[in-house]
Design a protein around this ligand. Structure first.
Ligand SMILES: [Zn+2]
Ligand SMILES: [Zn+2]
Length: 343
């Protein structure tokens, strides 16, 4: 019987990866499609990708597939041929990561989930088959010269803060599931306007576009391949760049400049800055923007309180963390901004 799950320890797998001399390509792809039997599809996929020594994290659901993988470079063509042999993945766009050491994954994990992007939608009539129209970088630029076109950012606040498209509207919530109903109510009086939604790689705005259509919006578009693809196309085709600032990516670099300008400020001193960091106090780990001189002054901490803890002996720090659970904490000014607007 074929092995359908990894049985080797994480530690050994990591060691094996670092011992590997064969270069790897890291890439991502997603596809919304109806998968009747996600578990059977998952097992078949696992068998084939495991044979090709593919590593990574893949989610499979009734609504489709979302994958981030690394592939041994010499078998890249085999991998692509296999993927394209699956009818609904034939020709799927593969986003290949640049500046990458190929060491981001050391095991293959394929999980069956209820959704590939958690959306909180319970409406049984919602159909991902009816989604907005794709726009590429060129038509994005053309459509947005019309001041009546509404551009909607479907990412999180901390992503929007350091970079976004000119005149884009932020949907101020921390989670995609809250953003969906919020977008509908915020744009209620714009049902007949052209609406273009975008996100980092396209997976969120594609779903959001379907949700808007489902809610009576008529002309909904979404940016194909998201900001990542837009930035590539702008370079390749020498188009005007309408994205201002930095594109936030979760890969250790915490952001990649698309344009030249810095549009955000250090949360501590207010100087122009777009460097995200996590608070150095392990019991806090807040994600926020901090300039290098504040980082030095504050030992990389978000507050004087955290700095005090950070400078305690490790034992005492551990003692303080006991029994406390931290979620993902994100500095979010949009809530405060909304409160101000209301009063
Ligand atoms: Zn500062
Ligand atoms: Zn802190």
């Amino acid at each position: 019987m074929a092995v359908l799950h990894n049985r080797i320890s994480q530690k050994e797998l990591k060691q094996r990866l670092y011992a590997e001399t064969e270069p790897r390509k890291t890439l991502s792809f997603y596809k919304y499609t109806v998968i009747e039997d996600p578990q059977a599809f998952r097992d078949e996929l696992y068998k084939n990708l495991d044979q090709l020594k593919v590593f990574g994290r893949i989610y499979v659901a009734h609504e489709g597939i979302n994958a981030q993988v690394s592939v041994p470079a010499h078998d890249y063509d085999k991998f692509r041929d296999y993927l394209y042999s699956i009818s609904f993945l034939n020709g799927v766009r593969l986003n290949i990561a640049v500046d990458d050491d190929g060491k981001s994954f050391w095991v293959l994990k394929i999980k069956v989930r209820s959704k590939i992007v958690a959306d909180g939608i319970t409406d049984a009539g919602f159909d991902m088959g009816k989604k907005g129209k794709y726009v590429d970088a060129k038509s994005f630029n053309e459509l947005t010269t019309d001041p009546e076109t509404v551009v909607v950012d479907m990412r999180n606040h901390y992503e929007f803060e350091v970079g976004h498209f000119e005149n884009a509207i932020e949907i101020p919530s921390d989670t995609f599931r809250d953003q969906l109903p919020m977008a509908v109510s915020m744009l209620e009086d714009k049902k007949d306007k052209n609406i273009i939604m975008y996100c980092t790689g396209g997976i969120r705005c594609e779903k959001a576009s379907a949700w808007m259509l489902h809610n009576g919006f008529k002309n909904v578009f979404h940016l194909e391949g998201g900001i990542i693809q837009y930035a590539n196309k702008v370079k390749e085709e020498n188009l005007p760049n309408k994205f201002k600032g930095k594109n936030f990516v979760f890969d250790g670099r915490l952001g990649e400049a698309v344009g030249e300008e810095v549009i955000s400020v250090c949360h501590q001193c207010g100087e122009p800055c777009d460097t995200h960091t996590n608070c150095a106090n392990e019991g806090c780990h807040l994600l926020f923007i901090q300039c290098s001189s504040c980082a030095e002054k504050m030992d990389g901490c978000c507050s004087a309180e955290c700095q005090t803890i950070y400078n305690m002996p490790k034992e005492n720090q551990k003692e303080l963390r006991k029994g406390k659970k931290n979620g993902i904490m994100v500095f979010n000014k949009s809530r405060q901004r909304m409160m101000k607007l209301r009063t």
